[in-house]
Design a protein. Structure first.
Lengths: 243, 116
């Protein structure tokens, strides 16, 4: 991780940081609005600050805020957070071969810091997990640089949002910058026909299944898109592949 | 400082941080040798773009859980402008940053000026 010397002296650390910096403005605006949302929900400053600094998962924070202010039982809030985060369980299955050579505590820290954006950027840069020791070091350095910038931008701006909540108007819709950051990454991934199909199926499924609780529509959408792409893999549509 | 701080709420927030660690590291925890089946490994390469689309699309075509019924929505134009910028630059350089800036440059005037 970013506090390990062997990582931040590696050239891939810089690459990972640069890739994260390109999305940082979107992430920053999103973090800012999450900070504001926490304060506007009636949480105390200390509660909002603690959440901004340690939870590090925007969607589960936004899901938990109304439950916290409504006084829902702890297990309901934690179960909601778990369900909203289920997509990360899928990502961890994908990331597993990249990290299993690390000691357990480093694996847990890596997991904790690997958000959607880092997962997407990392698997784009390193599509294959096979590799020698030098390749593994490069992967870890990239991951560290990416997570470091991501964490600083998100947490820094969430804290700023908490502190400045009274001065930032929510009706401006600054949070859209976060969506545009994700859109930019999505465009950069659209490098094969099947990936475009995957995005289309997932987007439509997420809208159709929107009424599901706990943001499960996202998981349903991923499952539908992956299943559709596996079915289409051996058809003419998939030819002229592969990115 | 505003509001009264409730220790139980603080405990729940710490629990949520634990949930973040648990879900993001879910398959890192056990070190038993284990491999994904081959089809699942192939399928997972379509997961990142699917996850992004699943997050983005409802955020731009829905309001309060309902499909929008008008094209006069600033988000649609912002997304079109952002994507147009990305593909015009063919993803080179800081195209992602440009996507954000181009999208917001279209969004803010439409949203704040025209109320779309």
């Amino acid at each position: 991780m970013f506090f390990l010397r062997s990582n931040y002296r590696h050239p891939e650390f810089r690459q990972g940081a640069l890739d994260a910096l390109a999305v940082a403005p979107g992430l920053a605006a999103w973090g800012l609005m999450t900070g504001v949302a926490m304060m506007n929900s009636g949480m105390s400053t200390a509660e909002a600050l603690l959440m901004a600094v340690i939870v590090f998962a925007g969607s589960s924070q936004l899901a938990a805020i109304p439950l916290l202010t409504a006084g829902a039982p702890m297990w309901v809030i934690l179960a909601t957070g778990f369900c909203v985060n289920l997509r990360f369980v899928v990502f961890s299955a994908h990331m597993r071969p990249y990290v299993m050579h690390l000691p357990l505590w480093q694996r847990l820290v890596t997991g904790y810091l690997t958000t959607d954006l880092t997962y997407v950027l990392f698997t784009k840069r390193f599509p294959h997990h096979e590799g020698d020791a030098a390749q593994r070091r490069a992967q870890q350095a990239y991951l560290a640089g990416n997570c470091g910038v991501n964490w600083a931008a998100w947490v820094g701006c969430s804290v700023l949002g908490v502190v400045l909540a009274n001065f930032i108007p929510t009706h401006w819709g600054l949070g859209l910058a976060g969506i545009l950051a994700l859109l930019g990454i999505l465009c950069s991934l659209a490098s094969s026909r099947l990936r475009v199909v995957s995005a289309g199926v997932a987007g439509a499924a997420a809208v159709v299944a929107f009424a599901l609780p706990f943001k499960l529509n996202i998981l349903v959408a991923i499952a539908a898109a992956v299943a559709m792409c596996l079915l289409l893999e051996n058809t003419p549509l998939a030819h002229r592949e592969q990115a | 400082m505003t509001g009264s701080t409730d220790p139980w709420t603080m405990a729940i927030i710490i629990g949520l941080a634990g949930v973040t660690v648990l879900t993001r590291s879910f398959f890192f925890i056990s070190s038993k040798p284990w491999k994904l089946p081959h089809w699942a490994q192939r399928g997972l390469q379509y997961a990142p773009i699917a996850a992004l689309a699943a997050v983005i699309v409802p955020e731009i075509v829905m309001t309060q859980g309902q499909f929008i019924s008008t094209w006069q929505d600033a988000r649609l134009f912002a997304v079109a402008a952002g994507a147009a910028w990305f593909f015009w630059r063919q993803g080179a350089g800081q195209a992602v940053l440009g996507t954000i800036v181009a999208g917001m440059a279209v969004y803010l005037p439409l949203h704040l000026g025209l109320g779309w």
